[in-house]
Design a protein around this ligand. Sequence first.
Ligand SMILES: *Cc1c(COP(=O)(O)O)cnc(C)c1O
Length: 398
Amino acid sequence: MGRHWTGRAAWAEIDLDHIRYNASRLCRLLRGGAELLAVVKGNAYGHGADATAQAALEGGAARVGVACVEEGVALRAAGVRAPILVLGHIAHTEAADVAIHRLTPMVASRQLALALSAEAARRGERLPVHVKVDTGMARYGVRPEEAVPFVRFVGSLPGLLLDGVYTHFASADLADKAQTRRQWRAFLAVLEALRRAEIAVDCRHCANSAATLDLPETHLDLVRCGLALYGLHPSASVRRVGLRPALELKSRIARVCSLGAGAAVGYGGDWVAPRPSRIGLVPIGYADGVPRLLSNRGAVLVRGRRAPIVGRVAMNCLTVDVSEIEAARVDDEVTLLGRQGDEEISADEVAGWAETINYEILAGLADRLPRLFLSGGVVVEATTLRGSVPVARPRLAG
Ligand SMILES: *Cc1c(COP(=O)(O)O)cnc(C)c1O
């Protein structure tokens, strides 16, 4: 697809058909009428929040989730009309933005509840909110024993409407589900206490990608999937259901340089050619989200073969050894994430090299990377730092 791209020679391709497919695949797994919330925080884990949210909704997601108010406001500006849950911290000083843009906030403090209620009441509205319960992660949420009084307090405020109650699992991606089952039982006890207090809760939710795939009993009214929507799995032990990775990271060789044995490459000169070598320069670096830990460790694909990264990954470029790939030349497509022929470099493999998790590899992809959005095999939209830009349409064959 990159052959129709005339912009910067480093970009991400996001297949919106795969996002739609993954959303509908996840929807088909859901139990008992549960709905899908597409988690698109962190610029949709690097995939580009606007187009990804839209595709997830087309694939069957009922709501979207973001981490902060700013992300929600940006989605509204892009035309997303579905409910937008703000799953992370909201400063009480952001209450006006929440109300103006009809975001659905997570509340777990009286201070925020009061600020949101005042703002909504002033506008003559009632704002739906979701109360978060901390069942064992010790981050956001009210304690289980505070849940009933806190929900009562929320219900007593003139500007708020209780829409949901939720919790978040700490270890659902582990093969050992004991900790998750403890959290699940604690959450069920909270829901039972609310029922006994005759408090109706429309939307009860707790499952992330790992729980959605591995623990169907936790689907309740809604599941919140991020990673699975992007076609990846939270860990090697989580059940595979044929999800399709949606993102490829690509560049092009900018220069090929022949070195004699003993010549050094890049900052610090800590890779030295052990024999006469051909080095390809790839104009993508850690400011684009390629981890510096890939220095002298990772690999890329060129002409369907692996080329090891040699020398240090710099801010704006990296170097690969193409000595074994004789045909390699300037302008060859380079795949840093994705597939070329039978070879594939997954976010999981890159995460291994970078001593982190696939989530961080994707979420770390920088805003300055152009993003090409594919649908039906053609680029339907391209975004850069300038916003949306025109793309050349492929010529019809024949
Ligand atoms: C990020 C997040 C999710 C999604 O997690 P995945 O493992 O990517 O599915 C779900 N719920 C909350 C509260 C989150 O912050």
